[in-house]
Design a protein around this ligand. Structure first.
Ligand SMILES: Nc1ncnc2c1ncn2[C@@H]1O[C@H](COP(=O)(O)OP(=O)(O)O)[C@@H](O)[C@H]1O
Ligand SMILES: [Mg+2]
Length: 233
């Protein structure tokens, strides 16, 4: 068990966000979280990562370390790609680690460029490399592909699956896209004001794009739409 939430409750002042969430995420699992805006997805990721304390209950990650990937890459514009990736490792001067990350996200050929010289998808890959360079065992991703166009987004989904399988970490991934959640995940958590439910994804690994045409894919998308009820993801 890598992540274990025990009756985790969060409120800001007197406004409750969620109540009594209990769940477990296993080592190496890929779990997505969907739900309407304001239901507490970002707060939940921050709580898993230890950036936000629960109001009551707890989320236990043992000794595991967390890396964050946010929607906007926030790269330093004056530093080259390799120097942006090196950033979290600054004190370590670990050049090999930077090289390894550049090759993992397939950006070796642009390592001396500046962020503005890269496409949105490439910038998001730099962001991912920067989160992975500290070798976190848990990767927390908050709508990382939302600002990308559809074609880049689909490519990034395949990239992420490849990188996740190579780095063997546990992923909690927030998205507004139900098909994206189904394509990427082992399980999907649906968070609404009424609480959390989960739906397993009955698709084999490795995932292939053809699966998006399959009956089980559409069936799972429909189940998630129903679980969201009148709420929009
Ligand atoms: N630091 C904070 N202080 C007060 N209220 C907050 C804070 N962070 C989030 N909230 C509120 O908590 C609720 C859940 O926010 P958030 O976790 O960002 O939801 P989501 O990511 O699902 O859109 C929202 O109503 C938001 O306004
Ligand atoms: Mg959010």
């Amino acid at each position: 068990m890598v992540i274990h939430a025990k009756q985790a409750t969060k409120a800001f002042g007197t406004s409750p966000v969620f109540d009594n969430l209990s769940f477990r995420i296993k080592k190496g699992e890929f779990v997505s979280i969907i739900g309407p805006s304001g239901c507490g997805k970002t707060s939940l990721l921050r709580m898993i990562g230890g950036l936000l304390p629960p109001t009551s209950g707890k989320i236990d990650v043992g000794h595991h370390t967390c890396g964050f990937v946010f929607q906007q890459p926030v790269l330093l514009p004056w530093r080259t790609i390799q120097d942006n990736i090196r950033l979290p490792k600054e004190l370590g001067k670990d050049i090999q680690a930077v090289e390894d990350m550049l090759s993992l996200v397939q950006l070796d050929h642009v390592k001396d460029r500046l962020p503005h010289q890269l496409s949105g998808g490439m910038q998001q890959r730099v962001n991912l490399a920067r989160a992975l360079i500290t070798k976190p065992s848990i990767l927390l991703m908050d709508e990382p592909f939302s600002s990308l166009d559809e074609i880049t987004r689909e490519n990034m989904q395949d990239e992420l699956i490849r990188i996740w399988q190579a780095s063997k970490n546990t992923v909690a991934f927030v998205t507004h896209s139900i098909p994206e959640a189904v394509y990427l995940s082992d399980r999907v958590f649906v968070l609404t004001a009424e609480g959390m439910t989960e739906i397993g994804v009955p698709l084999a690994r490795p995932r292939t794009r053809k699966m998006k045409q399959s009956k089980s894919f559409h069936h799972t998308v429909n189940r998630l739409q129903r679980a969201l009820g009148g709420h929009h993801a």
